[in-house]
Write a protein that binds this ligand. Structure first.
Ligand SMILES: CC(C)(COP(=O)(O)OP(=O)(O)OC[C@H]1O[C@@H](n2cnc3c(N)ncnc32)[C@H](O[C@H]2O[C@H](COP(=O)(O)OP(=O)(O)OP(=O)(O)O)[C@@H](O)[C@H]2O)[C@@H]1O)[C@@H](O)C(=O)NCCC(=O)NCCS
Ligand SMILES: Nc1ncnc2[nH]cnc12
Length: 290
């Protein structure tokens, strides 16, 4: 079987482009962007640049494993790409001198890269069918919540995601992947597609979409740091911004800057929504290959 290594290069290129354009989108409340570092004292715009650049082979190799896959069930692919993702996390920590900028996003984009490899193996096309990609993501992540979060009693130190599942049944990033990124597939991506047909520029369209994401994302970063009340607060603020027209009106822009200051003061960082914004862009780029 001849392997199209050029396809893997392409997947890596657009995954890293999604990471870079997400952090560059400005202004994003409580998040690192070109204005400020949001509710983060340990990272800035350049930390995200360095982290993104360190992931070239993570997504290349995930796509390659999808292309090469000869297993019976797509869920077998998760254990094949997991070590690649863990190596990617190590490269991230090395590049950022120990700061977690993209642990979640490496997981999300890595699974999508593998799903893209699976599809390309079937179709030999670079223009991707996104519904099929999300279906393949669901297959690859099948059972991850119960398998990884269902048995935590003997674990010593738990992550935010593990604590939230144990105490509240919050599924976090694993639930999102197991659903085939349904928040993106059925909510943020259709909105982004429509915005990209309009007059708005890429930056403003990305900013507008993160506010739509903030109204519905079960954001583990917010829940982990502050709890449910803070998540409801974030959702209400995002709705207020959108009700004023968001980035596309002067009143909306003014409100966004106020909310950014407010989230920084409250140490609120919607990192989960930021990751889903990058996933939204990745899927958009996959279906708009030219
Ligand atoms: C599968 C794992 C990635 C799971 O790791 P973990 O147990 O930590 O999972 P969660 O706690 O559930 O969330 C992990 C990160 O996922 C992002 N996220 C949060 N909510 C959502 C959501 N609803 N949907 C999608 N993604 C979500 C978020 O990541 C982003 O934020 C992090 C940076 O923000 P920060 O606040 O600084 O984060 P912390 O430093 O953790 O908090 P503080 O101490 O500062 O307060 C950054 O990671 C962003 O990406 C969540 O943090 C992992 O266990 C795993 O298996 N990894 C191996 C790799 C792998 O399997 N790869 C597969 C193919 S490559
Ligand atoms: N721009 C951003 N700021 C803070 N955390 C993030 N996680 C992913 N993107 C982020």
């Amino acid at each position: 079987m001849s392997i199209n290594y050029g396809f893997c290069e392409y997947i890596s290129e657009i995954a890293i482009k999604s990471m870079l354009l997400e952090v560059a989108a400005t202004p994003k409340p409580g998040l690192v962007d070109r204005n400020n570092s949001g509710a983060h004292k340990d990272m800035d715009f350049y930390t995200f640049m360095e982290s993104s650049a360190s992931q070239v082979y993570t997504f290349y190799n995930c796509a390659l494993e999808g292309l090469k896959f000869e297993g019976k069930e797509n869920k077998e692919l998760l254990n094949i790409i997991r070590p690649i993702g863990i190596e990617g996390e190590n490269k991230m920590f090395n590049a950022t001198r120990g700061i977690n900028t993209h642990k979640g996003l490496i997981f999300s984009l890595g699974i999508i890269a593998a799903a893209a490899g699976l599809q390309h193996k079937e179709t030999k096309k670079q223009k991707m069918d996104i519904d099929d990609i999300c279906h393949k993501v669901k297959d690859i992540a099948e059972g991850i919540v119960s398998r990884e979060l269902g048995k935590l009693d003997n674990k010593d130190s738990l992550t935010y995601g593990e604590i939230l599942y144990k105490n509240h049944g919050i599924k976090g990033i694993r639930g999102e992947a197991e659903s085939g990124f349904s928040t993106v597939r059925y909510h943020s991506l259709p909105i982004f597609r429509e915005l990209m047909k309009g007059e708005g520029n890429l930056n403003d369209n990305l900013v507008q979409v993160i506010f739509h994401l903030m109204t519905i994302t079960e954001d583990v970063n917010i829940l982990g740091r502050h709890g449910v009340d803070a998540l409801e607060y974030v959702k209400s603020k995002a709705k207020e911004v959108l009700a004023l027209g968001g980035i596309f009106t002067e009143k909306g822009k003014k409100k966004i800057l106020e909310v950014d200051k407010d989230f920084i003061y409250r140490n609120i960082s919607p990192g989960g929504s930021a990751d889903l914004l990058a996933v939204t862009l990745m899927l958009y780029l996959l279906e708009n290959y030219s």
